[in-house]
Design a protein around this ligand. Structure first.
Ligand SMILES: *Cc1c(COP(=O)(O)O)cnc(C)c1O
Length: 301
């Protein structure tokens, strides 16, 4: 790996509820890899960075919004790898930059703001040709690392999960992480994805693109009702849950992804939707930096 994995731990959560329901819940703490860059984003970047080295590229160009974990992970890893990075940002430059974009600048990323309507064209060949012309000898990565190479990188997360897991759970944004985990499932394992966007109904197509294989839902299950109103939306119930999870277990989560996943899985446990004896592994994909967009005092950590 191009980043250190020694810090990754599996945290066993002890709770009366889990004991009563006779399930085990473990959290794979990819957030422990690095305080700045999200765990799964580093995995998704792995093979792009490897290509950048092999091809002696000047750097990486990628896309994102003002709070993007992917942009920050890219800026940070490029800085460490001695590569240049360019972020093409959705929307006009605001008078005050977000914490995320300020951090991207700190890591040397060149920020290029474009209007939302321009940004919508970011995956079209004409737009990409212009980007390639402007940034010769750069590797271009789609928003969120949504690409087969991103999924291949995410598949390496599977190596950190015990053979004895019965259920592997992760939050779903672009679906790239989920698509990476799916082909690596062991015979007895089920993959549970919790979309953080409303109306995410094209996951099958996404997974076909990401894995270059016909989609077989097989042992994958999508749990669609824990998005709390949509991407980056939150309710007081979610915020209370995140604070409680931290107080009880010392487990920090973010309100966009991992908080929603943990809420969904623990709710599922309380509703008896896991068989007794389940050994559930939740992947903490990181993203804690995103909490800086909340008013101070919202969270207890
Ligand atoms: C991006 C992100 C996800 C979603 O990953 P996808 O591969 O886009 O589905 C989950 N958790 C965190 C913390 C993220 O930053």
């Amino acid at each position: 790996m191009l980043f250190p994995t020694a810090n990754i731990i599996s945290q066993d959560l002890k709770d009366d509820l889990f004991e009563q329901k006779q399930v085990r819940l473990t959290v794979l703490r990819l957030d422990a890899i690095d305080p700045v860059a999200s765990g799964n984003k580093l995995f998704k970047l792995h093979f792009f960075l490897q290509n950048a080295y092999r091809q002696a590229s000047a750097g990486i160009v990628t896309f994102g919004g003002a709070f993007s974990n992917h942009l920050l992970a890219t800026a940070y890893t490029c800085k460490k790898a001695g590569l240049k990075s360019v972020g093409i940002i959705r929307g006009e430059r605001p008078p005050v930059l977000s914490h995320t974009l300020t951090a991207c600048l700190f890591y040397g990323m060149e920020l290029k703001f474009i209007s939302r309507s321009e940004y919508d064209k970011k995956d079209q060949p004409g737009f990409l040709n212009d980007v390639n012309a402007d940034y010769n000898n750069y590797i271009v990565i789609p928003e969120g690392g949504y690409h087969p190479l991103g999924a291949l990188g995410a598949s390496l997360i599977s190596d950190m999960i015990g053979q004895d897991a019965s259920h592997i759970c992760c939050a779903v944004g672009t679906g790239t992480t989920l698509a990476g985990l799916l082909p690596k499932l062991k015979e007895q394992q089920q993959l549970l994805g919790i979309p953080v966007l409303k109306n995410m109904h094209d996951l099958g197509q996404r997974i076909e693109f990401l894995t270059s294989q016909p989609f077989d839902p097989g042992r994958m299950k999508i749990i669609n009702n824990y998005h709390f109103g949509g991407y980056a939306k939150k309710t007081p119930e979610l915020v209370n849950f995140i604070n409680l999870l931290y107080k009880k277990h010392g487990l920090p989560t973010d309100f966009v992804y991992t908080g929603k996943m943990m809420f969904g899985i623990i709710d599922y446990i309380s509703k008896d939707l896991f068989p007794k004896g389940s050994n559930i592994v939740c992947i903490h994909t990181g993203g804690l930096q995103g909490n800086t967009s909340l008013p101070t005092g919202t969270l207890v950590f």
